[in-house]
Write a protein that binds this ligand. Structure first.
Ligand code: ADP
Ligand code: TRP
Length: 351
């Protein structure tokens, strides 16, 4: 059976996973806090759908989280929580490799190699880097600048072709493609070009409930719904979501913060419920209080089983350790093959 990277008939490399009929998928989530609906609908939701048909590598980006110098005593708990929340959301560790980035030393090795192909100017232009500089001007470290290079290493280490991420990560992915192309043109065809992958045509971006930017782990936590929020917290957050006095003309364009409520409703409520409120909006009869009450109840029902399962799993350290060890073993098998191939092409081939 063909596995990993082998020469095909035309001399080009073939990129084959252990199951040769499946394409390779990679994605990561930083272990910087509690997972929220943005992570769920923007990322994990897609992971769950992919694990059946693709060879999936999903990981906790704990090295990436070090850019902001988290307290060492929090790291383990953070990583365990992300693992538990991913499994509670439907990731099956038997189907997908679920691992911690720091358990795969081939990733930092490839990161070092790719750093030689990444230019200071292009890294400084990345919007997420500029945001971080603006938000924490006293901590503009080199890890922050080279964040997209580490992300490229995460992806290219498995020669992945599909990367399920939210819209905010598209530029990082474009950079990963650029590094792959640069490597290939300098050293020979080796890395496939990875692309953003989504099941839905529209890119899902969940806005913050206060209408300011995207839902995120670090900004306004009162306007972000976490998978660990209890029922009453969810209700309170949704009831406080930004609305207005409603449309004054039929079929008006929806403000972004209202569109976001409808998007959330579309994700968690029955289609006929969403349709009823959408018609009410179009006919100018909508009562946002009623809509939010309905959304709150549907959201509670949606989050509750995920929260409960994640909490239960987090208590079972032995199980989480087993999952991480198995995941790391699968990831290292694939990573070791890539690094061996890359070293050879570069000329690191001394023995
Ligand atoms: P955060 O921005 O909350 O720190 P991460 O940067 O760790 O989240 O993102 C993990 C994944 O979740 C990425 O694929 C990202 O695109 C997705 N994601 C994060 N926030 C959102 C959001 N508000 N809407 C859609 N996808 C999101
Ligand atoms: N940078 C991503 C984020 O902030 C997380 C991430 C790290 C990632 N490495 C990755 C996502 C590799 C996909 C593939 O959301």
């Amino acid at each position: 059976m063909l596995t990993g990277c082998q020469h095909g008939r035309n001399g080009r490399f073939l990129y084959l996973a252990p199951d040769m009929n499946k394409e390779i998928v990679v994605s990561g989530i930083r272990s910087t806090g509690f997972l929220h609906l943005g992570n769920y609908f923007g990322a994990i939701h897609n992971y769950v759908k992919m694990q059946q048909d693709y060879n999936c590598y999903f990981f906790v980006a704990d090295y990436h989280s070090l850019t902001t110098h988290p307290d060492p005593k929090d790291l383990k708990e953070n990583v365990y929580r992300v693992v538990a929340e991913n499994i509670a959301s439907g990731i099956d560790p038997e189907k997908a490799a679920l691992y911690a980035q720091s358990d795969v030393p081939e990733i930092p090795e490839l990161y070092l190699i790719l750093n030689m192909l990444a230019y200071k100017g292009e890294l400084e232009k990345v919007p997420t880097f500029k945001d971080k500089v603006r938000l924490s001007p006293n901590n503009v470290n080199a890890g922050l600048l080279t964040y997209p290079v580490l992300m490229a290493a995460d992806i290219l280490i498995h020669r992945a072709v599909k990367v399920p991420v939210g819209k905010d990560q598209e530029q990082h992915l474009e950079m990963a493609r650029n590094f792959a192309v640069r490597f290939n043109s300098r050293y020979g065809d080796f890395f496939p070009e990875p692309n953003v992958f989504r099941f839905d045509q529209n890119t899902v971006k969940i806005m913050s409930l206060d209408g300011e930017g995207k839902m995120s782990k670090s900004e306004n936590t009162n306007a972000t719904i976490f998978l660990s929020d209890d029922d009453d917290t969810i209700r309170k957050k949704i009831m406080k979501a930004k609305t207005d006095s409603g449309p004054t003309a039929p079929d008006s364009e929806m403000p972004e913060y209202i569109q976001n409520l409808f998007l959330l409703m579309h994700m968690v409520s029955k289609p006929e419920v969403t349709d009823t409120f959408r018609s009410a909006f179009n006919n100018c009869h909508i009562r946002y209080g009623d809509m939010k009450k309905q959304l709150a109840e549907d959201m509670v029902a949606f989050v509750k089983p995920i929260r409960e399962k994640a909490a239960e799993l987090q208590k079972d350290e032995a199980q989480i350790k087993r999952i991480l060890r198995n995941g790391a073993e699968k990831a290292r098998a694939s990573a070791a093959e890539t690094i061996a191939g890359a070293r050879k092409l570069i000329g690191i081939n001394y023995y």
